[in-house]
Design a protein around this ligand. Sequence first.
Ligand SMILES: [Ca+2]
Length: 179
Amino acid sequence: MCAAIAAFATVAVSVAGAQPASAEDSASDGSVQAQINDILARTTGGTQINENQIAWDDGTVVVTVTAGDEAAGGSSSGAVSAQAPDCDYQWTCLYEHVDFNNYKRGLTAAFYACDFFYLADYGLQDMASSWHNNQSGGAVSTVYDWTGDGWVVLWRSPPGSDAWVGSSVNDRADGIWAC
Ligand SMILES: [Ca+2]
């Protein structure tokens, strides 16, 4: 528990320090808070910890809400800006969109504890499109779909990342064994 709380604190600080401009944009853009309110209304036990993040379970699950960055997707050069995988060390992450949430918009769910998580509990059911497993020790995350009467493995995430899970499993994930 102590380790989990320490990691939680580290995440909050690193995010606040790494993306001050994004946080400011979020503060002036009501859509981020609207999405946070929506997730909080659909889930239980979460606490908003800053302008664009919600934490659960003593900070071992963190969802980040980003509403988009026109500069990232609408540059005059026309270049598409893929985001780099950015899951913190020892965490495993699922992203709502391809390229680790291209254009800096969408939800990111980060998991620290070695446990099974129902994605509906964190507002990310049937949404995952890319992932980054930055855990240590070779821990593999396994992502599942609930079929109505059982769990089916959609994919396994070894240490590393995948910018696109593929059309056959996209937007189907309902659960994750983090390690
Ligand atoms: Ca599903």
